[in-house]
Design a binder for this molecule. Structure first.
Ligand code: HEC
Ligand SMILES: [Cu+2]
Length: 487
């Protein structure tokens, strides 16, 4: 057996001793020495960095607990829910969800809540990261033109929702008054390559999905939990097309995901990814290899995954009609080299085909056509066509024909549509698959055959051609009939 050289052992021992002393001088706040996070001293003052979604502030890293000044301004303003649909949002910091706040345990937050003088209503804030009655709500009630100030110490690590709690609470939340506050543990969360901020919310409007103009809040629909819009980050398409989230192959992605509600629970899912890690409900429990994770209203989650294969990943609430008919759809665009070991298939960008890629028939409930009343004028054709459009086409091509980038081509001002009326009739009659180019964008996807009568097809196409800057062509039942006979 080899003897340990005493001389060297002593030297090493002294060195380690000195090092420890030195370190504890520099970092006099050795986290492990505090039994309770309440005892962590908050040294120095610091202005909190706040960010708009989908961005998050820089991580806390190794910084010590501080007195953290948060300046948050409430702004009531008109925004766009989707093309042509306006909505009056009530916001924390000018965005829905509100500004992201990033803290660490032991921070002493000094919260300044300002209610912009142009606003019409009083508001306040309830932060789920606060320990104390009302989560700050009772101390932060503030009228337009005033500022409320209160302080709290962050004790528990995790991802927390904040929201307005002024009566009627449901209405303030339904109008967009929610956001996330992250409390990192001492030393911060492990490093990842990309971090993003997503928050789901359900909206209730007087008109139906896609009805144009300024849409007021509908209290009865909210009470009935009958949402017109279910969206990520306050509007349809907030993170699709050019606004898609991005990452590169090989990178690790962390999503901070909240659910403002007010009513619906989210079945959060990224199509084509598996969450390597889920920090369940935003707390300290770690689950691994998860497909879909639940986010309660007024709750949050942190999901992490490595992106291995390039392509467009669709982020959805897997209560799937919300994704394709109410707006709960976002995109993560991953760039980089293919990896055929992991995924070798033909890539069909952006479309979700749960039943496979074949052309399927959508059943109709009005199977018999005996009772059909033919349109007597162009005006009537347009009216009937609008109804068919809203029952059949709008789910994919959207309320005002704008489509969904990479998934469903636009029918509004579509060069493809306007170039050939017979081709358009055939598409509705027989469906369409394979690559097409519409207004310079490529779509390589499948439209199912629509089971409609000649009359209905004539009406719906006439409605489309005479709207949204299209060519104003009129399609008659006779034209549709001749295409059927042609086939
Ligand atoms: C289930 C989703 C879905 C529905 C419902 C649907 N479409 Fe489509 N539509 C598509 C897709 C996807 C394409 C592109 C197909 C491709 O890539 O080959 C398309 C393409 C088209 C095109 C040609 C491209 C363009 O933008 O001009 C027309 C015209 C069209 N659809 C009309 C209609 C009409 C009219 C209805 C309703 C009667 C309808 N679609 C219903 C998904 C749908
Ligand atoms: Cu409010």
């Amino acid at each position: 057996m080899k003897k340990f050289p005493l001389q060297r052992g002593l030297k090493l021992f002294t060195f380690i001793g000195l090092l420890t002393m030195f370190c504890s001088c520099v970092n006099n706040q050795k986290e492990s020495t505090y039994e309770d996070t309440v005892d962590i001293p908050a040294s120095r003052e610091m202005l909190a960095e706040l960010t708009s979604p989908p961005n998050v502030p820089r991580g806390v890293g190794r910084r010590k607990a501080k007195k953290l000044i948060v300046n948050m301004e409430i702004i009531e303003k008109v925004g766009e829910m989707t093309d042509g649909v306006k909505y009056v949002y009530w916001t924390f910091g000018g965005t829905v969800p509100g500004s992201f706040i990033r803290t660490r345990v032991g921070d002493e937050v000094e919260f300044h809540l300002k209610n912009h003088p142009d606003n019409k209503l009083p508001h306040n804030i309830d932060l789920h990261a606060v320990t104390g009655p009302g989560g700050g709500a009772t101390s932060s009630f503030v009228a337009p033109g005033y500022e409320a100030k209160f302080s709290f110490k962050v004790l528990n690590p995790g991802l927390y929702v904040y929201h307005c709690a002024t009566a009627p609470v449901g209405m303030h939340i339904a109008n967009g008054m929610y956001g996330l506050i992250l409390v990192e543990p001492a030393g911060g969360l492990p490093r990842v390559d990309k971090e993003y901020y997503i928050m789901q919310g359900d909206f209730y409007t007087k008109g139906d999905y896609g009805d144009r103009g300024l849409q007021p809040f509908d209290m009865q629909k909210a009470i009935d939990e009958d949402a017109d819009y279910v969206v990520f980050n306050g509007k349809v398409g907030s993170m699709t097309g050019d606004n898609a989230l991005t990452a590169n192959v090989g990178e690790t992605v962390r999503l901070y995901v909240g659910n403002g509600g007010p009513n619906l629970v989210s079945s959060f899912h990224v199509i084509g990814e598996i969450f390597d890690i889920v920090r369940v409900e935003g707390g300290s429990l770690i689950n691994k290899n998860v497909q879909t994770t639940l986010i309660p209203a007024g709750g949050a989650t942190i999901v992490e995954f490595r992106v291995n294969v390039p392509g467009t990943y669709i982020i959805v609430d897997h209560s799937i009609f919300r994704a394709f008919n109410k707006g709960a759809l976002a995109m993560l665009k991953v760039l980089g080299e293919e990896n055929e070991k992991i995924y070798s298939g033909i890539q069909e960008e952006g479309i979700y085909q749960p039943e496979g890629g074949g052309i399927q028939i959508i059943p109709t409930d009005n199977g018999d056509v005996v009772s059909e009343i033919p349109a007597k004028s162009l005006k009537e054709r347009m009216e009937f066509g609008k109804i068919t459009y809203q029952q059949t086409c709008f789910a994919c091509h959207q309320g005002t024909g704008q489509g969904i980038p990479k998934a469903f081509p636009p029918l509004a001002a579509s060069d493809y549509l306007n170039a050939d009326v017979n081709r358009a009739i055939d598409i509705v009659l027989y469906g369409k698959r394979g690559e097409i180019t519409v207004n310079g964008e490529k779509y390589k996807s499948v439209m199912t055959r629509q089971v409609l009568t000649d009359e209905e097809i004539a009406n719906v196409l006439t409605y489309i051609y005479n709207n949204w800057e299209n060519s104003k062509a009129e399609v008659t039942p006779a034209m549709v009939k001749s295409r059927r006979e042609n086939h």
